[in-house]
Each structure stands twice: as C-alpha cells, then as structure tokens.
Design a protein around this ligand. Sequence first.
Ligand code: 5GP
Length: 178
Amino acid sequence: MVQLHDLTFEPYIHDTDIREKVSGLAARINADYGNTELHIVSALTGSFMFTSDLVRHLHMPCYLHFIKVSSYHGSTQSTGSITLDAELKADLAGKHVLISEDIIDTGLTAGFLHEYLMKKQAASVKIAALLFKPNAYKGSLPVDYPGFSIPNDFVVGYGLDYKELGRNLKDIYKLKDS
Ligand code: 5GP
C-alpha cells in the first residue's frame, strides 16, 4: 500500500510487466516505421517515465519534444478542459509524429494534441499510450499503440501523480476500493 496525501493506493501493475509492455510497444513502432525519422511528442508531466523508457528501445532516428498540457488540475476527475502551457517551437511540417502519453482517459488530451500537431502540417500523427481506459474514451481517433487497457480506476506511479505525489513510483498503483 502507498499513502499519498489523503488517499491510499494498492499495487496494480508491477514494473516487470510495465517493462515488458513498453518493449513490446517499441517493437511494434520499430516494425511500423523502420528507419523513418520520427518526432516523439511527449505530454508532460505524466509521460516523462514512459517516454524515456520507450525511446531507449526505438531504433529509427528520433527527435524528442516535450509539451506541457494539463487536464486534471490536482483532482482524481478529469476537468474536461485542456490547457497548453508552452507552444512547441519545432517545425513539424512534413514530419512523422508520435504522441507519447502516459494514459488516455477521455481522450480529450490526445485529440487536442492530434489537432494541434496536424495544424503544424505533420505528415502523420499517431498515438502511443501506456495505459488506456476504453470505457472512458470519448475520442474518435484510434489509439495506435495502446499498452494496458484498464477499467476506470484512478492510478498513480510510473510518472502519474495524485496532487503531484507518486510520480517516482516504479510500479503502478490504483486507488484502494475504487
Ligand atoms: P484525458 O484527456 O484522456 O481524459 O486524460 C489524459 C490525462 O489525464 C493524462 O495525461 C493524465 O494526466 C490524466 N489522467 C487520466 N487518468 C488518470 C489516472 O487514472 N491517474 C492519473 N494520475 N492521471 C490521470
């Protein structure tokens, strides 16, 4: 069990399973893109750990971009509003882009980023996410590289926080009794 602020979390996905999943996702991405140059756009802050593990397994020439988006604002429920804290300066016109997300819940963030990157005239924009909540997903875009499909539980660890705590945990935990 892990206590973060006022909430208790129980073990959910062990780091050996996470590592296996991440290398499996990377293998699919390697097979699909071959030696094509790839621009990874990582949605901070939650995706920092997933992105850093994922890119270690990628073999094509990789550019890394970090973008700060917020949607939860410190609670356990999505607010439905997305804010972009800093513009992406890179010129992505004609480039192949892969969005790297920690978790896709409603899909609002991924949809917002996809539209933002398409406006930058990227040649293609695909989505990789370590965790995917299909029952909460309201998006119309395919999640090209989903890792674990999970129920609508609130999870922390491996980059994901509850009120900024828990990001450093190497395993993933879920809210107890949720
Ligand atoms: P979406 O826009 O898909 O609804 O939500 C995406 C963002 O919400 C994620 O990048 C993450 O920051 C946050 N989020 C969604 N579900 C969870 C969860 O179970 N735990 C945590 N810590 N954050 C979540």
